[in-house]
Ligand binder design. Sequence first.
Ligand SMILES: *Cc1c(COP(=O)(O)O)cnc(C)c1O
Length: 432
Amino acid sequence: MTDPRRAIPRTDRLLALPAVERARERLAENVIRVVIAEAQGAARRGELEPDGVAARVAADLATRGSSTLRPVLNATGVVVHTNLGRAPLSAAAVDALLAASGYVDVELDLRTGTRSKRGLGARAALLAACPAADEALVVNNGAAALVLATTALAAGREVVVSRGELIEIGAGFRLPDLIASTGARLREVGTTNRTHLRDYADAIGPDTGCLLKVHPSNFRVEGFTSGVSVAELAPLAAERGVPLIVDLGSGLLAPDPLLPDEPDAATTLAAGADAVTASGDKLLGGPQAGILLGRSEIVTRLARHPLARAVRADKLALAALEATVTGAAPPVTVALHADPARLRERVERLAEAVDGTVVAHDGRVGGGGAPGVPLPGWAVRLPAAAAPLLRSGHPAVLPRVHDGVCLVDPRCVPESEDGRLTAAVVAAVDRL
Ligand SMILES: *Cc1c(COP(=O)(O)O)cnc(C)c1O
């Protein structure tokens, strides 16, 4: 008897298959070879008939995407979901991003044919949306904006900051460590629950590089507390000639009545901050980016610092950010302001299709924003066992698992996706 493994097609034969030829337009040669080796391996282990190898290779190549990142329907009710990449982009931002994916005039003046400044469109959009700022700079992310500000203003000197604002922003990243990494020294003032204006006044000296206020976005201290507002701190900063920087975190450019405790750039600058830093992919609803807005003199100083080059935003982020700011309300804003009555109709339709129970369910801002602010809405309640089936389905759906049940909340699912959401939930429930 001949060894059936000798019937396994050889690599050169498989490489010549028409399906492989077609896959070469999308996939790198090494990826194709790995797919072939995996199919041959399966046949060698007896998991696949030798004459099924070619078909397996063709099928695997056909379903192989260009990225292993899988789109997910966010059924958690958490709007800015860090594990899901924070803000989903608006249609306008996606268009802009695609348009910018080839050669673009990101640093070129097409009229004169000479070099221009990078990111002028995003800068203009931000200044138009936040007239309280004289100058804007876009960098890689919120943390980079903060690092750039403290490096340029206070490396080798002191950053005066309240002990109540020394926060951890997630996954073990702590602002005090971040600031210390820039070579600036933290000059902590006040206590965890109370900081007074005189604490700042006593700490300012010849070594002060800047005053920093950080919005403690992911927690709240309640009870016997007091902090010093930007409006109270600004005159002191001006009198002593030190810049006042405010890390807003969330990226609201203007106040949102739904989130009364969430600081915004316009109000904070009007209250006297010299510059604010924020993320592009939280409440602003755009791509990952760090946004610096403020007085010309300060922002220009940061832009000219050598570190600015190391944290600069790429053309895709600049394009998507500009489109987010100038376009219609992005998905984050739509989900935040979703009408509970409309959510209820959608949930009822879904519950009917899958024989689930409609329950009241509060959404959350997420992304370390507006802790404790519930967003009233509805969800379909399913057994907890549905959750892993939903996550591994097509499309993948991430529900919320809470108190031993699985909750499917459509707040963050675009209405145009309701058909796919229903089909995915039906398929998961069928497998229960
Ligand atoms: C989120 C956040 C940051 C970090 O911003 P990234 O865009 O994640 O780098 C910094 N400060 C505050 C207050 C934040 O909420």
